[in-house]
Ligand binder design. Structure first.
Ligand SMILES: *[C@@H]1O[C@H](CO)[C@@H](O)[C@H](O)[C@H]1NC(C)=O
Length: 275
């Protein structure tokens, strides 16, 4: 019984660890209803749009572009798209995240004119209509964590973090005491649009998630995420700096589990052989 409990605990620890650090983890995705027909001129435009975004992602964390949107191009061939990587990723990590997003979006939305995909580390969207640079504060995804330490102190710190994140321009990480979070707007948003989007996201967090110990609210052009320290694991709080500690912890847990398993195998073997 004991090794089973330990093993399932290990699996849980690993999956939580990955979901808080792996940029490729799926958050949400959506496909347009309409699909393009076979041999549509949209398909080559889409392919060229995505390959242009993919190559851009090794240089910059945000880019938006259009393909075949001039009057000389055949009708139904224009494609518009953008991506945004999380502000703490390196260009190399960004490129890897976007490459993963392009693969996932092809599986998720084959032959659709529009699609969007949010992974932990990056966002990708394309459409046949020009959506670039238009303010959109529509809700795309939300998730409220369960439970939490809902005393007055937690509320105060949570609201401090949300207030700080609401003032972000671009990407911001915030932490006060036991609450941590980050927020991000799309890279080309005007400061006023970014604040408007974040204010809406913060209002949605409070309205939809109440006193949750963790919450994620993704609007079309910005998002806000916060969690109570230790909500994911005791070490998920600073995603970049303590990878070594997490690695050591995992190695120790693996070592202990393997050790206990070997001991049990040995003891049961011994009971038969020695007894
Ligand atoms: C094509 O799209 C880009 C990006 O939205 C825009 O800047 C440009 O003006 C468009 N070109 C035409 C001819 O509409």
């Amino acid at each position: 019984m004991l090794p089973l409990i330990t093993l399932s605990h290990l699996t849980l620890t690993l999956s939580i660890f990955l979901s808080s650090t792996d940029a490729h983890v799926f958050i949400y995705g959506g496909c347009s209803q309409d699909k393009y027909p076979p041999n549509s001129p949209y398909e080559p435009s889409k392919i060229s749009l995505l390959s242009s975004l993919a190559s851009s992602s090794s240089r910059t964390l945000y880019d938006a572009t259009a393909v075949a949107n001039d009057t000389a191009s055949p009708p139904d061939s224009a494609a518009y798209g953008l991506y945004q990587c999380r502000g703490d990723l390196s260009p190399h990590e960004c490129a890897s995240c976007i490459a993963g997003a392009i693969n996932q979006i092809a599986v998720l939305c084959p032959d659709t004119y529009g699609a969007s995909l949010q992974l932990d580390g990056c966002y990708l969207r394309y459409e046949r209509a020009d959506f670039l640079g238009r303010l959109d504060t529509g809700l795309r995804y939300r998730k409220c964590g369960v439970g939490g330490n809902v005393d007055g102190e937690f509320w105060r710190r949570r609201d401090d973090v949300l207030a700080d994140l609401g003032g972000a321009a671009g990407f911001r990480v915030s932490a006060t005491g036991a609450v941590e979070g980050y927020a991000q707007c799309l890279g080309d948003m005007a400061a006023g649009d970014c604040s408007e989007c974040l204010a809406e996201a913060v209002a949605k967090v409070k309205m939809l998630c109440g006193a949750a110990a963790a919450a994620d609210v993704f609007l079309a052009q910005c998002y806000v995420r916060y969690w109570e320290s230790g909500y994911f694991t005791s070490s998920s709080s600073s995603e970049s700096s303590n990878g070594d500690d997490v690695g050591k912890t995992v190695a120790i847990i693996v070592g202990v589990v393997v050790g206990v398993a070997l001991l049990i195998v040995f003891l049961s073997f011994c009971r038969k052989a020695c007894g």
